[in-house]
Design a protein around this ligand. Structure first.
Ligand code: SAM
Length: 254
């Protein structure tokens, strides 16, 4: 159980949110993020969820990083043609300890957020954690992305797909785009970003029915790490052949 009286030691850094992302978590949201931190620390005692557990690491590499990719849907003056429905259906593929999906659900309580991971134990933990945090719009599913992408209840059903640290960019595109509706967006969280990766992704995205909408470069505010968020817009249905069979998207990336 997550205690409600928290002294998490998680630094708030309101100004830093504002100067970097042009947005900052309000009081209620911050309280939930502190609870999230506690919940993850508690879960980490039994499950190998994340090694980013110090307050600074958690703040920068989990929270700030998650919100950097969601920036277009947090700030009031976001580009208009990036608009998503009020009740956005989002899926976090390979969510692990719930990133970036749980911060997304906390900041956007009206969204319906699906957390997908192939590891049953993590998914069970995430479902309990979402419940404890009162996140009624969250569900957690244990499945491989290659399988979920062919299930009619999920294929082309999501406005947004979020993928962080799940494989190469082209592998992520193959996992994510079959699940995204035509008109929807896949957000790929990347670290360094090379010309070669960009070229390979452009080609793979084209084969999957999408194109690169934008690439946003970030420098993380505490340790000055390089990050890139690549946004893919789905323009037409993904051919039925994708995603390929389990394991193929990683072994033979597009
Ligand atoms: N996205 C989280 C983050 O950035 O902190 C977790 C990243 S962790 C390195 C990768 C996660 O993806 C693992 O929890 C793993 O079980 C999951 N995963 C890898 N391949 C997958 C697949 N094909 N389908 C579903 N989950 C997958």
């Amino acid at each position: 159980m997550i205690s409600t009286a928290l002294n998490s030691g998680l630094p708030r850094r309101a100004d830093l949110w504002q100067t970097t992302l042009g947005w900052q978590p309000g009081d209620d949201l911050w309280r939930q993020l502190e609870q999230l931190y506690h919940g993850i620390l508690e879960g980490n005692r039994q499950l190998n969820l994340t090694r980013l557990t110090t307050p600074d690491d958690f703040w920068e590499k989990h929270l700030w990083d998650a919100y950097s990719g969601l920036w277009p849907w947090l700030v009031p003056d976001a580009p208009r043609d990036w608009a998503v429905p009020a009740v956005t259906r989002a899926i976090d593929i390979g969510t692990g300890a719930g990133f970036p999906g749980l911060p997304a659900a906390i900041a956007q309580p009206q969204w319906q957020v699906t957390l997908l991971d192939s590891t049953q134990k993590k998914v069970r933990f995430l479902a309990e954690l979402a419940d404890q945090l009162g996140l009624t719009g969250v569900r957690a599913i244990a499945e491989r992305a290659e399988c979920l992408g062919h299930q009619p209840a999920h294929r082309e059903q999501y406005d947004l797909a979020l993928l962080r640290a799940v494989g190469s960019a082209t592998t992520c595109a193959e996992y994510g785009l079959p699940l995204v509706k035509v008109g929807g967006i896949a957000v790929l969280y990347r670290g360094q970003w090379s010309h070669e990766e960009a070229q390979a992704l452009r080609q793979a995205a084209g084969n999957l029915g999408a194109s690169v909408l934008a690439t946003q470069a970030w420098t993380t505010p505490l340790t000055q790490g390089q990050r890139h968020c690549v946004y893919l817009r789905k323009n037409r249905p993904t051919p039925d052949a994708f995603p390929r069979a389990v394991g193929i998207p990683t072994k033979q990336p597009l």
